[in-house]
Design a binder for this molecule. Structure first.
Ligand SMILES: [Zn+2]
Length: 1022
């Protein structure tokens, strides 16, 4: 999956100060919310177990035995209603020891009273995480199972499913009704018993099961009772006797459900066609945990199986699924049933997909795979670029991974209402329209976005689909790789798209998040079980840091060895599931880290990067030819403590003044300890570490080191590569946040940028400066804001004014030009706003035939949207246009208005859906937040609308992370800190525990601290 806002938003305002204050403890969930015993008591029970079943079985069954349950009674009837597991919570379990003490004479009365009180409080203690009062804590058998919807005991008490049953094949038949927005389904699951067990537990959510039958081996199929435990979205069938290891069973479930009104599960979507008529369709989005909303299933990535899908539809629609269509049957009702081939591969449930819509397509045969791009009919002409790109990338990946794409067809489908950017369903990749459709004459910058998303999703067909992470804690094995390959493939196959600059910016963004205490390791060892915890794994650490670490490893290993290791990994694990160590072990088998005499293994090095959060700061100090390198954790905090406990094995690269820009200049040294010494010639004037910024670390050169580098750049900009220059700018701003360099030193480095013309360093400087500017702009610091503006325009004004407003061919120039002009116009530089206005008028006067270059559309529209007539005419265009890339930029322009009434209108309209699809809410909120007029209002809006927002966007999802971040990251006062803290803690299970909330509070504290420390200096120096 790729999240929409990952590539769509403007660079975020980054945190500007430092802090390590512990996060506030939010209130725990209400006791009533927690209906299971704590893990600790389960472990106690487990210690007493005596069978040799798998862990989950052992936990449950030995506990049951201790509880005196008659689950071994093999003679009992098979009727599930006679399930021996049914047991009321033992009311006396907390009071039993007290009862034994009742013999004590004169205290009888007192104890009886105590017992009565214990009994009175029992429901509270038995069902809480904290368990019963301490006097009873030595009783290990307090294993309590939740109650199912019928009041009977549900026979499982873990969010993860037991490993005792494995699905082999699903046979799904679905009949969606696009009028009533409901569907009926039949799911037949063939499964094999892995360990003796008395129950089958699987997932199901918002599904009304009408009938269930179960068949063991060749036996008779009998009707069974299905128990449901809604909070964990599980259903179960219990049996009086054991299902035996190796037995093959078939569970058949008939059910009805509503097509979802959110963006996951089997959901309905609509759009207006060119006549204005409303068209409906149904599509799926299952990752991470919504397949269970469309069909009951073992909805965990490790339960791979094959799937046969049948869809019944009205003749006016088409149906699509992962596999090619095998046959179509006309039913007596006149409806058509499409049967798709059974999947030729084992796959995880989250990759299953189906669509019923009236789409049209274009098609091409590529290396025995039929590649098609589908869209609504009126956008068919916008599909060609996606087809060309996908075809070329499919051939590229077939070659580079040395394993052919395993299916005979590959569909790419643009869905009018789609929350993520795209989803890699095997053989049926779904996209937001803006991520797939583009006009032929659109700018390369618009096409770059499409290529980026297509490359990401295609890479998933190997990394994620063919080899899948065992559980969501290792999601980076799917998303980090897809992100890495989206850049690697495009930089090789489409060099004209200049993805190198985008990848560099993404690495900087990942570092910003990873420098906070609220960050997490790429491979999470802590618990990732609740739906919120799983959703939160989809963040820039998993995607961009994951990809950055792969880039670092590739540039550390001798040529070709990284790919060799990956081929080994793909070959070994194709069709199955992995954990992070499997990857390192595969690469270690074929590669050793080049730079170490000790032949350090890839595992040794990479585990230091994936198992701990954060990244290192390398400080360089030099005495003649002796260079000392020291590492520490780069952690932004409001205290001045140094964080020394973490160590990384850092493949430090460096160049010096005698040879500094060619790849052959690069030298390497692994820093494994806290400190190490490196010898260089005494004649070396300066060193630049982290060549091309391929390493995931920040470097501090000390006063002398920085001065030497700054002097070198002032003498000759090209002495370092553009990415090295961008890296220096990024590093010095980061060090200023950490409090290691003064803002004067930052400005001193920026002095050289008056001679800078390359995209990467310029955009990095502009991003950093505008984030400082926007932060100051939200404070009552009018004079300082004016001086900051004067500083930016003084430095970059001539370059801004010299930009051409005509058609620009190179993507790199387009990126540079749009960054310069967007900042210029947003600061009100007249030359810019005049040119933008003129271009807008030409466009409207020519009835929109006189096109605005794609890279300039956003700035031109945003300037136009500041006037009444401009805003209204843009809104009209927004309603009518079918050009998606243009539409997105118009929406950003509309949301950039400084008119409070329009801000109110656009926020409530997007939440309502209709003219503006609700899928755009995160983009609208982030755009409104940037503006002065909107930033306070949007925070109130989010608070007031929270419940409606989380109806559409799941708690913890990337959209919610984005909304929390964009609305709070520009606050820098104690009042706002308390306000944000108060609001989120009041949400309890509706979001208070999210990592993004911790991140927001940490960021506000850092902003506050940075302001306290730097306002006075800024006043002096600007
Ligand atoms: Zn992805």
């Amino acid at each position: 999956m790729i999240e929409n806002s990952m590539f769509e938003e403007e660079p975020d305002v980054v945190d500007l100060a430092k802090d390590s204050t512990a996060f506030p403890e939010f209130p725990a969930l209400d006791p009533d919310e927690v209906v299971y015993e704590p893990r600790s008591s389960r472990l106690l029970v487990r210690g007493l177990g005596e069978n040799d079943l798998d862990d989950e079985e052992e936990d449950y069954e030995s506990s049951a035995r201790l509880l005196g349950m008659s689950f071994m009674n093999r003679s009992s009837t098979r009727s599930p209603s006679a399930s021996p597991y049914i047991r009321q919570a033992p009311p006396r379990s907390c009071s039993r020891p007290s009862a034994r003490m009742l013999v004590v004479g004169v205290f009888i009365l007192v104890l009886v009273t105590s017992m009565a009180m214990v009994l009175y409080f029992l429901p509270g203690c038995t069902f809480t995480k904290t368990g019963c009062p301490k006097a009873n804590s030595s009783t290990p058998m307090e294993l309590v199972y939740p109650k199912s919807t019928t009041g009977e005991m549900f026979p499982w008490n873990e969010l993860r499913l037991p490993a005792s049953v494995r699905p082999v094949n699903y046979d799904l038949s679905l009949t969606p009704n696009l009028t009533s927005m409901t569907f009926t389904g039949r799911t037949i699951i063939n499964m094999i018993i892995q360990h003796n067990t008395k129950r089958v537990v699987l997932h199901s959510s918002e599904i009304n099961i009408i009938k269930a039958t179960f068949q063991v081996g060749e036996g008779k199929s009998v009707e069974v009772k299905v128990l449901e435990y809604k909070p964990w979205q599980q259903i179960a069938v219990s049996f009086p006797g054991d299902l035996k290891e190796g037995q093959v069973c078939v569970l058949t479930l008939d059910y009805t459900a509503n097509l979802s009104h959110t963006y996951d599960g089997f959901y309905n979507s609509s759009y207006n066609d060119k006549t204005g008529a409303k068209r409906v369709l149904a599509a799926t989005q299952f990752e991470p945990q919504a397949a269970r909303k469309a069909f009951p299933c073992f909805d965990e990535p490790a339960f791979k199986a094959t799937f046969l899908v049948r869809i019944t539809r009205e003749p006016e629609y088409i149906a699509l699924s992962n596999m090619p269509k095998a046959k179509t049957t006309t039913l007596p009702s006149g409806m058509l049933e499409d049967e798709f081939e059974q999947t030729s591969v084992n796959m995880s449930t989250y990759l299953v997909a189906f669509i019923v819509a009236n789409f049209t397509s274009i098609t091409r045969n590529v290396s025995n795979t039929l590649v098609s791009v589908y869209s609504v009919p009126e956008k068919k002409e916008h599909t060609q670029y996606a087809l060309d790109t996908a075809s070329r990338l499919l051939q590229f990946y077939n070659t580079v991974f040395d394993i052919d794409y395993p299916l005979r067809k590959l569909d790419l489908v643009a869905i009018p209402d789609f929350l993520a950017g795209a989803m890699e369903n095997w053989g049926l990749i779904t996209f937001r329209e803006t991520s797939l459709l583009v006009q032929n004459q659109s700018s390369l910058l618009d096409k770059q976005l499409i290529a980026n998303v297509v490359a990401h999703e295609l890479a998933h067909q190997w990394f994620g689909n063919l080899v899948t992470m065992r559980w969501w804690n290792d999601l980076w094995l799917s998303e980090g790789f897809a992100t890495y390959w989206q850049y690697a493939s495009l930089m090789t196959e489409f060099p004209q798209l200049y993805l190198g600059n985008v990848f560099l910016e993404e690495r900087f963004k990942a570092m910003a998040k990873d420098s906070l205490n609220s960050s997490h390791p790429v491979s999470v060892s802590a618990q990732v079980t609740t739906p919120e915890q799983v959703s939160e794994m989809f963040d820039s650490i998993t995607y961009e840091k994951g990809a950055s670490l792969l880039l670092m490893l590739n540039s550390t290993l001798p040529d070709g060895q990284f790919r060799k290791g990956l081929l080994e990994y793909l070959r070994q694990y194709r069709g199955s599931n992995t954990v992070t160590d499997d990857l390192w072990n595969s690469i270690t088998r074929v590669a050793v880290v080049q730079v170490l005499p000790q032949q350090e293994s890839v595992s040794d090095m990479m585990r230091t990067w994936t198992l701990q959060k954060g990244f290192p700061l390398v400080t360089v100090s030099r005495k003649g030819g002796e260079v000392t390198l020291t590492q520490e954790h780069f952690l932004l905090s409001t205290d001045n403590t140094t964080h020394t406990s973490s160590l990384w094995h850092i493949p430090v690269t460096y160049v010096n003044d005698s040879c500094s820009s060619a790849p052959s200049c690069r030298q390497m040294f692994t820093l494994r300890n806290k400190t190490a010494t490196l010898k260089v010639s005494e004649s070396v004037k300066w060193l630049k570490l982290n060549y091309m910024n391929t390493g995931f670390y920040i470097v501090h050169y000390g006063d002398e080191g920085w001065t030497a580098l700054i002097d070198a750049l002032k003498t000759d900009v090209s002495t370092l590569t553009p990415h090295d220059r961008a890296s220096l700018i990024h590093n010095i701003f980061s060090l200023s946040r950490l409090g290691r360099v003064s803002f004067r030193q930052v400005l001193s480095l920026l002095d050289y940028t008056t001679n800078e013309t390359e995209t990467a360093p310029l955009t990095e400087a502009l991003t950093q400066l505008s984030s400082v500017y926007r932060l100051l702009d939200k404070r009552p610091e009018l004079r300082l804001v004016a001086r900051m503006k004067a500083y930016i325009l003084g430095h970059f004004g001539p370059l801004m004014d010299s930009q051409d407003w005509g058609v620009e061919e190179s993507v790199s120039s387009q990126e540079r030009r749009s960054a310069l002009l967007e900042l210029a116009c947003s600061l009100g530089r007249k030359n810019c706003t005049d040119q933008a206005t003129a271009l807008y008028e030409q466009w409207t006067n020519s009835n929109q035939t006189n096109r605005i270059p794609g890279d300039l559309q956003r700035v031109v529209f945003s300037v136009a949207a500041q006037s009444d007539s401009g805003w209204l005419s843009l809104l009209d265009t927004y309603r009518l246009t079918t050009y998606d890339s243009e539409k997105r930029k118009i929406l950003q322009a509309l949301a950039s208005t400084q008119d409070p009434r329009r801000i109110v209108w656009i926020l409530s309209t997007v939440l309502e859906g209709g003219i503006i699809h609700t899928q755009e809410l995160p983009l609208v909120i982030s755009t409104v937040s940037d503006g002065f007029a909107g930033h306070l209002f949007v925070w109130d809006f989010v608070k007031e609308s929270w419940d409606r927002i989380i109806e559409k966007f799941p708690v913890g999802s990337y959209s919610i992370q984005s909304i929390v971040k964009s609305t709070t990251s520009q606050f820098s006062t104690q009042t706002h800190l308390e306000e944000v803290q108060g609001f989120f803690s009041s949400l309890k299970e509706r979001g208070s525990q999210m990592r993004s909330v911790q991140e927001a509070l940490e960021t506000i504290r850092l902003n506050q601290h940075w302001m306290d420390r730097n306002l006075a200096t800024l006043r002096d120096w600007l």
